[in-house]
Ligand binder design. Structure first.
Ligand code: LLP
Length: 414
């Protein structure tokens, strides 16, 4: 069931015409579907019903606190990577014991804040970090639960910028160093090594790399047991891909079945950190056509969204389907859809076949719910977009469009 669908040529978000949202809130605006978030979380969570597990939604994909609340109310924990994400998660009411903390650069301040929040575990990524967590726990007089992030050297066969589990990547620890790390952690005063962690990349469209990584991690789990180190958690990160164009990633149910098959007899709680698969197709970016422009070699559709709103096409060459909010029949042409930023990489689509739209017509970029708003910026002093959450017939503004005052507030507030 798709909650962004056309009815008589008009795009709806659940029961609300997207044109109404534009009338109320202007453009560019991210529009999300609450029913889609719920369905995706439910499908993912239930895929692991056969195992003790905790789904820790990856906040970086979409961090609006209303979305975190919605998922938290369904039982989700969260995966965070910064003090800011911890702050958001706590504001949204996510309990500390459902928070896992990944990332290579955790500072003392961030570690202490996370310890005060009583998080489930740190996914530590270097020997230096293990020592820093032990020291911080000592200062606060608490014990810290940690997992070490293993870099299994597996090729996830995705875009190189979002591959994380290969030898050359900055993430995690190679197996030999990780073994050393566990021995070090076991002998430290304030640490409890409770898990093993691994995340190999994002937008994976086949199961094989996950299973290859899992085999390596389970081999490592065996080695830890031989050393008398028994962990209770296995965190396999996120990474399951979605359909943007013609990709056919495995369904969560197939992912769940494959992992359940391998893990069902082990005394481990599985932690998962899905981001994109929960929210990617739960959101669209709606924008208006400002001008069209024909040059001797190309036609440009110039819109009021830009790379500061949705950077994925510029950064990774990603594809987002773009269609009119209200369809009319007319000829198709090949265009670049571009924003107003002073960079030639500022495009939302290149050489795209689209109906010949005119200034004043609204367009929607689909599959924009993950890594859309969270990667946005104010480049060129553009105000960040509004965000609207639709739930059935209701539309709720969950982040107002920034004002010009917002742009300079932190500079004046000294
Ligand atoms: N866990 C860790 C440790 C991660 O680094 C990530 C994503 C996730 C979980 C969630 O991965 P997901 O399930 O969403 O694939 N900006 C890029 C994606 C970067 C992903 C970074 N890490 C994009 O727009 O495609």
């Amino acid at each position: 069931m798709n909650h962004f669908e056309y009815r008589d040529g008009h795009l709806f978000a659940e029961e609300v015409p997207v044109a109404d949202i534009v009338r109320h809130h202007g453009t560019p605006t991210y529009v999300y579907s609450a029913a889609t978030f719920r369905r995706h979380f439910q499908a993912f969570d239930s895929a692991f019903a056969g195992l003790p597990h905790l789904v820790c939604y990856s906040v970086k994909a979409n961090s609006n606190i209303h979305i975190l609340k919605l998922l938290g109310e369904m039982g989700a924990g969260v995966d965070i990577v910064s003090g800011g994400e911890l702050f958001r998660a706590l504001k949204a009411g996510i309990p500390g014991e459902k928070i896992v903390y990944s990332g290579v650069a955790k500072t003392d301040e961030e570690i202490e804040d996370a310890l005060r929040a009583g998080i489930l575990m740190f996914n530590a990524e270097s020997l230096g970090e293990i020592a820093a967590i032990d020291a911080a726990a000592g200062r606060l007089g608490v014990r810290a639960r940690i997992s070490l992030r293993i870099n299994p050297d597996v090729d996830p066969k995705t875009h190189p910028y979002i591959s994380t589990g290969m030898k050359k990547n900055k993430f995690g620890l190679d197996m030999d160093t990780a073994l050393q790390g566990y021995i070090m952690a076991r002998d430290m005063k304030n640490l409890d090594p409770v898990g093993i962690d691994c995340h190999i990349g994002s937008q994976l469209t086949t199961l094989e790399p996950f299973l290859e990584a899992l085999d390596k991690v389970l081999g490592f789990y065996g080695k830890l047991k031989d050393l008398g180190i028994y962990v209770n958690y296995l965190d396999l990160g996120g990474g399951l891909g979605i359909t943007y164009d013609e990709e056919e990633p495995p369904q969560p149910s197939a992912f769940g079945a494959a992992l359940t098959e391998r893990l069902k007899d082990l005394p481990l709680t599985l932690v998962l950190e899905p981001g994109r698969v929960i929210c990617g197709n739960a959101g669209i970016l709606v924008f208006n056509t400002v001008y069209t422009k024909q040059t001797p070699v190309k036609k440009f559709v110039i819109v009021d969204a830009a790379m500061n709103d949705l950077v994925r096409p510029s950064l990774y060459g990603s594809y987002h389907r773009i269609e009119e909010v209200d369809k009319k029949s007319r000829p198709v042409e090949t265009v670049d859809v571009v924003g107003g930023i002073c960079e030639s990489t500022d495009f939302l689509a290149r050489d795209r076949e689209m109906p010949a739209v005119e200034p004043g017509e609204c367009l929607a970029a689909f599959s924009a719910g993950a890594y859309g708003m969270t990667m946005s910026s104010q480049y060129n002093s553009r105000r960040r977009a509004a965000e609207v959450l639709v739930d059935g017939r209701e539309e709720k503004l969950i982040r107002r469009r920034e004002t010009y005052e917002d742009l300079i507030e932190a500079e004046l507030d000294l």
